[in-house]
Structures are given as structure tokens and as C-alpha cells.
Design a protein around this ligand. Structure first.
Ligand code: NDP
Length: 332
């Protein structure tokens, strides 16, 4: 079996030399375990944080050991009554073509609902992040004006479309290229801007149109766009702090929120969250998401890279914005 290991911790931007492909024998199954042939694995921005040797909400990756992360695969042998051969399961041992794990650490999914990769994206952790962050953390209400950064990415593109489906009065997205901006408008965003085109505050103000300000900000990036959202927020606006990718690869201390007093004066709510704390919404989310997708309200894009050996590059490219929608690696 093949796996990708971390051989050195990236300093700033990750490079291919931080990773290596290793071949190992497949371990024997112990009682209660299953062997899964992975069909697809996820590369996610949060993995960058785990490549640093710092304490965070998820443990750092060990050096000279396989990386891990979301994956979907088919059970090829089982020593558990819970799973049988042929079951399709989601689990946490990506970055390898074969995974051995306790059956209890896997979640069985219905393959008739979507392609394997969908369970890593719209129907999986990505979708739940968008749904929980918008509806619970940001306490979205119909009629709200919503701004989402990283809007052409996996989570962001879902946030904007879900907000529209739930009756937002205006949805604004930001992304890093003119092609992505055009794509957001195709997805039904009311306005979109390329954050490279000038000061985020000016671009966001122009995108507001007739709206007085934003009621909800779903933040995937932090930095200047977070400051712009504070400047253009309506009183009592709610911010869901989901990610801060603009600082993940920085080797310098990030600049603080320079307009923080405005957040106080406007009595804003800035609330960070982790999707893992919102698993109780899984069933509600899955029911609604399947319906939105079937009705065409939510369209889900993927950028698919084939081959385990290409997973490190897919991860590096993700950090650089090469993806539209969810970046996934298929393991043929
Ligand atoms: P994306 O699909 O959005 O991929 C990352 C995107 O970030 C890139 O495509 C790129 O798009 C954008 N980006 C890169 N650098 C910058 C920058 N300096 N400023 C602005 N945008 C940048 O990834 P996900 O949807 O998987 O994740 C989005 C965010 O949500 C991440 O911050 C992630 O950590 C977070 N997250 C948090 C979870 C939680 O539980 N809190 C769970 C899942 C994700 P572009 O071309 O537009 O620059």
C-alpha cells in the first residue's frame, strides 16, 4: 500500500520536498477492524496548520508518518459485524490508498446519493461547515445581506448558494480571479469582486449596491477582507469566523483588526466555530442539501486531481487558489 508522509515542516508556503510517497505492506486486520480501499481523499486548508509543530485544535502531523484527513472508500475486507465488503464509508485516514481502521471510526454512506467525492464535499464536512456556519453561527435570517469571502472555494460557494436558497436579499462573494468572479455570478450570487483589484473596503462597498450594509459575514480568509466587512457591517451584524487562509502560509505575525473599535460601536457578533461542534445538525443538513441539489438550487463544483502521488501538489495548489469548488484527489 502507498501513503504520503510528511518529511519536513513547511516554512511559509509548502513545497513538494515536504512530502514523500512510501510503500508499505498492508497490515493484518485485528478484530473489529476493516480494510478500506480509498476511492478519494480530501485536501483541506486546515491541514496546513497541522503541518506546523504547534498546539492547535487538531494535533500536528508527525514527521516521517502518513498524513491523515477525510477520505471515502470501499470496504474490501472486514472483521467487524458493523461493516461488510462493498460498503462505502467515509473516514479519517486519507493520504493513502489502503486504510486499516476500526469499523466504529467509519461512517457508512449511501453511494446512490452521489459520487464518492460528493461525500467529502457538498454532502460531507464541507457542506456541513457552510450550513452550520451560516444558519447557526451567523444566525442567518431571510432578508439578510450576506458577504462571503473565499466564495469560489468549497465552503464559500455553498454558503452563498444556501443563503440565496434561504431567502437572502443580497449575496456578495469575493474570490481571487476574474474567472472565479464570473462563475459566482453564474451560481446566482448578486455581486462578486476579485479581491486583488483594489482595497477590499472599496470593492465591497461597490458590491453592496442599494444595500445599507452587510448583516452576515462568513469569513474564510481573515485579514483585510475581515476589516472591510467590519467597516461595512450594519449594526448587530453577525460574523461567522470559519477560516483565515490569508495568514496560513505567512511567516510574519498577522496584522491585527485595525478597525476593531467599529465592531464595538456597531455591537457586532464575531464568533469562531469548528464544524465538529455542530454534528448534531448533520441529519437536518443532509436532508436539506439533497433537496437543494436535486432542485438545482445548489450546484457543487469540484476540482479533481487523479493519483495519490499528485496529492501533495493538489494541496499546494489549493493554497494558491487553483481550485474552483472542492479540491479532491481520486485514487484510481
Ligand atoms: P477552498 O476551497 O476555499 O480553498 C482555499 C481557497 O482560499 C483557494 O481556492 C483560494 O481561492 C483562497 N485563498 C488562498 N489564499 C488566499 C488569500 N490570501 N486571501 C483570500 N483567499 C485566499 O477551501 P475550503 O472551502 O475547504 O476552506 C475554506 C476556509 O474554511 C478555509 O479557511 C478553511 O480553513 C476553513 N474551514 C473551516 C472549518 C471549520 O470547522 N471552522 C471547516 C472547513 C474549512 P482564491 O483564488 O479566491 O484566492
Amino acid at each position: 500500500a502507498r501513503e504520503i508522509q510528511l518529511v519536513s515542516r513547511p516554512q511559509g508556503w509548502p513545497v513538494p520536498e515536504n512530502f514523500r510517497l512510501v510503500e508499505n505492506p498492508v497490515p493484518e486486520l485485528a478484530e473489529g477492524e476493516i480494510l478500506v480501499r480509498n476511492l478519494a481523499m480530501s485536501v483541506d486548508p486546515y491541514m496546513r496548520g497541522r503541518m506546523n509543530d504547534v498546539k492547535s485544535y487538531s494535533a500536528p502531523f508527525a514527521l516521517d508518518a502518513a498524513l491523515d484527513g477525510g477520505a471515502v472508500g470501499e470496504v474490501v475486507s472486514s472483521r467487524s459485524a458493523e461493516r461488510k465488503e462493498g460498503d462505502v464509508v467515509v473516514h479519517g485516514l486519507g493520504w493513502r490508498d489502503y486504510a486499516v481502521l476500526p469499523a466504529s471510526s467509519s461512517k457508512k454512506v449511501d453511494p446512490s446519493l452521489g459520487s464518492p467525492t460528493a461525500f467529502l464535499g457538498a454532502l460531507g464536512m464541507t457542506g456541513l461547515t457552510a450550513y452550520a456556519g451560516l444558519t447557526r453561527v451567523a444566525d442567518f435570517k431571510p432578508g439578510d445581506t450576506v458577504f462571503v469571502s473565499g466564495a469560489a472555494g468549497a465552503v464559500g460557494s455553498l454558503v452563498g448558494q444556501i443563503a440565496k436558497a434561504l431567502g437572502a436579499s443580497r449575496v456578495i462573494g469575493s474570490a481571487g480571479s476574474p474567472e472565479k468572479v464570473a462563475h459566482l455570478l453564474e451560481l446566482g450570487f448578486d455581486a462578486a469582486f476579485n479581491y486583488h483589484d483594489g482595497p477590499a473596503k472599496d470593492l465591497l462597498r461597490a458590491a453592496l449596491g442599494a444595500s445599507s450594509g452587510i448583516d452576515v459575514y462568513f469569513d474564510n480568509v481573515g485579514g483585510e477582507q475581515l476589516e472591510a466587512a467590519i467597516s461595512l457591517a450594519n449594526p448587530f451584524a453577525r460574523f461567522a469566523l470559519c477560516g483565515a487562509i490569508s495568514v496560513y502560509n505567512s511567516t510574519q505575525a498577522p496584522v491585527g483588526i485595525r478597525n476593531l473599535p467599529l465592531a464595538i460601536g456597531k455591537q457586532l457578533t464575531l464568533r469562531g466555530f469548528l464544524v465538529g461542534a455542530h454534528q448534531d445538525l448533520s441529519d437536518e443538513f443532509a436532508t436539506r442539501m439533497k433537496r437543494w441539489m436535486a432542485d438545482g438550487d445548489v450546484h457543487f463544483d469540484e476540482t479533481v486531481v487523479a493519483g495519490l502521488e499528485n496529492a501533495p501538489q493538489a494541496f499546494i495548489d489549493l493554497m494558491r487558489g487553483a481550485n474552483t469548488g472542492k479540491m479532491v484527489v481520486t485514487l484510481p
